[in-house]
Design a protein around this ligand. Structure first.
Ligand code: NAG
Ligand code: NAG
Ligand code: NAG
Ligand code: NAG
Ligand code: NAG
Ligand code: NAG
Length: 356
């Protein structure tokens, strides 16, 4: 009787699960002026499912970003983006993939895919996998989102894989990743962070040279906007890194209307401690005018959690991207808990955008 009962619930469970939690979305390459639907309130646990249905020519669209830094040497890092964005590409060909790979001081390799014929995103359970058809680039996720793998194959010029294993729970700008929570960070701009921190193995080949590191500090997020990014941001700073048992993420945004927004995230040993949007502070120290690391030399941030505060200072080590006001790089982050243990340090990534 018990066995029979279990069999029935199992069968029932499978049919419900497959009906409810499997979905497939095809994103065409071209924009269209037809009606758009944008999701800003979370309706499921699949953070990486597409959030804009029908991207119009004047929109930013949506982009899945991945990065990883070697925990031993911040001169080894990667940054890759799968985009469905007329702003990144063009109105008739919105789908491409790019990667930056740093393999030591002054050694940055980059590859941009040809345009994809279409993108196919399949969601199973909480995980979304994506194929940018014809580019050689794809990503796949486990149903429980404990792992995500990015695959690069021919005809993409850089080949190999990036494997992320989650060490920190996901979140939205000002909350845990709960159904019904808002993902709208600024008006018309959505953001969620499926992997705030992940143990990451990178194994890539660039022109016969292997770029490999294990147990790096990885990250993945999705951003989307149904306006242009110029209409969203005037300025932003974004940082993620790990300090001993703590994983942190911070965003400081000045909106195009001058509004200031902040988002902080702290987890410890895989447990979410805080996702505050107030009380998060940042100070920057300008670099010397002849500096080779961009206009900012260090960032110091504070993120409150429970009745304590994470204090961290990121010193810029290296810049991977420096293009049209966007700087993306890596550094060393030092700090810990105010009035507690402060001597943690680790690798971190940062990005800042200043408007023209
Ligand atoms: C996009 O495609 C349309 C329709 O084929 C064409 O009229 C238009 O000129 C193209 N736009 C660009 C920027 O290539
Ligand atoms: C590989 O080498 C060729 C020839 O030097 C160069 O044109 C190409 O950009 C390199 N590829 C990458 C990804 O750096
Ligand atoms: C999806 O995530 C929720 C909690 O975030 C969890 O309860 C559920 O088991 C996950 N689903 C799968 C298929 O792993
Ligand atoms: C920048 O200029 C200062 C003062 O002129 C000099 O001491 C320093 O070595 C320079 N740094 C670099 C990276 O060129
Ligand atoms: C970034 O680019 C600007 C403009 O091209 C240039 O002036 C600056 O020196 C570059 N900074 C770095 C860190 O490469
Ligand atoms: C961060 O640390 C560096 C090196 O210790 C220090 O020079 C800098 O002033 C600190 N930055 C901030 C913004 O506190």
């Amino acid at each position: 009787m018990k066995l029979l009962y279990r069999t029935i619930t199992l069968l029932f469970g499978i049919s419900i699960t497959s009906a409810r939690s499997t979905s497939s979305v095809i994103i065409p390459p071209a924009t269209s002026n037809g009606p758009t639907h944008t999701e800003f309130i979370a309706s499921s646990k699949s953070l990486n499912s597409p959030k804009i249905f029908n991207v119009q020519p004047t929109m930013y669209g949506q982009a899945w970003s991945f990065d990883a830094i070697s925990s031993k040497d911040p001169f080894y890092s990667i940054f890759a983006v799968f985009s469905a964005s007329p702003e990144y590409a063009s109105v008739n060909n919105t789908l491409d993939v790019f990667i930056y790979v740093q393999a030591g001081p002054d050694k940055v390799y980059t590859a941009i895919s040809k345009f994809a014929e279409f993108a196919e995103l399949n969601t199973h359970g909480n995980g979304t996998s994506g194929i940018w058809k014809g580019t050689g680039c794809s990503f796949s996720a486990s149903e429980d989102m404990s792992t995500m793998t990015v695959h690069f194959t021919h005809p993409f010029e850089i080949t190999g894989s990036v494997v992320l294993r989650a060490v920190a729970p996901p979140h939205y700008p000002c909350s845990p990743a709960d159904i019904g929570a808002s993902m709208e960070f600024l008006p018309h701009f959505g953001w969620n962070n499926a992997f705030p921190d992940a143990k990451t193995n990178v194994d890539l080949k660039v022109n016969g040279t292997q770029v490999k590191f294990e147990d790096g500090i990885g990250y993945q997020d999705l951003s989307w906007a149904d306006t242009s990014l110029e209409d969203v941001f005037e300025h932003y700073i974004w940082i993620h890194g790990r300090l001993g048992p703590y994983s942190i993420v911070v965003w400081f945004i000045t909106g195009s209307d001058g509004t200031q927004k902040t988002s902080g995230y702290v987890s410890k040993d895989g447990e979410l401690l805080s996702t505050p949007c107030s009380g998060v502070t940042i100070e920057t120290e300008a670099a010397a005018p002849n500096s080779t690391i961009g206009p900012i030399q260090s960032f110091s941030v504070e993120i409150p959690f429970e009745n304590q505060v994470i204090v961290a200072n990121l010193t810029v080590n290296n810049v991977l991207i420096n293009e049209s006001n966007l700087v993306h790089g890596t550094g060393i982050i030092r700090g810990g808990v105010k009035d507690g243990r402060m001597d943690y340090s680790g690798s971190a990534a940062f990005e800042h955008l200043t408007s023209v």
